[in-house]
Design a protein around this ligand. Structure first.
Ligand SMILES: C[S@@+](CC[C@H](N)C(=O)[O-])C[C@H]1O[C@@H](n2cnc3c(N)ncnc32)[C@H](O)[C@@H]1O
Length: 230
């Protein structure tokens, strides 16, 4: 029997998420923390953007509208997520989706002006290798923007590690910045993206103890990391 790698496990797990419709469902959860990041990226109409761990492609489609004379590539390790993304994007002329792993991005060097990744990087088996390959595909002075809700400095998300079916990286903001710098990024910085969307009075899901913990989690905010290639 061939050995199952961590990439195989990720692909299988996120293929299950895609088949259950969870790729589409994530837009509502991630939009409030992603919109302010899109403003910070200061995209021009001719920019080329890579969306790493694009899931069902809602963010890639939004980006494609923002760069009508550029190109957007959505990439995901789950081929089923990519199938869902393609199905919902047939009307876009400047958007394509590819299956791939962040440490081996199937694209030429120095192409993208911006790389964004939302709620994906804590699943990457080797974040250092991922950031290095992101740097490879970025053009000179291009920038990388990574947004995550699961990180060490927010105590209200730590329980996710034991709830998720695949291994995760629980790094602090400072540790993530170190990974960026080791990959050669300059002007590395981090900040919090507070989620101000309304919270329910009662929480019945499995990710938080109760509504109070969900509110505390959102008040801490997501972690945005960014850096530039020089
Ligand atoms: C929580 S989902 C977020 C999806 C999307 N960014 C969104 O906000 O809806 C995480 C995504 O990252 C992808 N992913 C996880 N590890 C990856 C890796 N090593 N390389 C590429 N994609 C990966 C998964 O397949 C999944 O679609």
């Amino acid at each position: 029997m061939p050995e199952t790698t961590s990439n195989d496990s990720l692909r299988e797990e996120f293929n299950r998420w895609a088949e259950a419709g969870r790729g589409e469902g994530m837009e509502q959860e991630h939009l409030p923390i992603t919109l302010p990041v899109l403003e910070k990226m200061r995209l021009r109409s001719t920019d080329n953007v890579l969306d790493v761990g694009c899931g069902a492609g809602w963010l890639s489609r939004r980006l494609a509208k923002m760069v009508p004379e550029g190109r957007v590539v959505g990439m995901d390790i789950s081929d089923e997520m990519i199938r869902h993304a393609r199905r919902s994007s047939v009307d876009f002329h400047n958007l394509l989706f590819v299956a791939g792993e962040v440490a081996q991005i199937p694209w030429q060097p120095n192409f993208f002006s911006h790389v964004i990744s939302v709620e994906s990087s804590y699943y990457w088996p080797d974040p250092a290798a991922g950031l290095k390959d992101i740097s490879r595909v970025l053009s000179e002075r291009g920038s990388a923007w990574i947004l995550i809700n699961y990180y060490r400095d927010n105590p209200h998300c730590h329980q996710w590690g034991s709830l998720l079916a695949v291994p995760t990286q629980l790094l602090s903001a400072e540790q993530w910045c170190g990974v960026f710098r080791d990959a050669g990024f300059k002007n590395v910085a981090h900040q919090r993206m507070v989620d101000r969307s309304p919270s329910p009075e009662v929480y019945t899901g499995r990710w938080f103890r109760d509504a109070e913990q969900l509110r505390a989690f959102k008040a801490e905010g997501a972690l945005l990391l960014h850096g530039a290639k020089e």
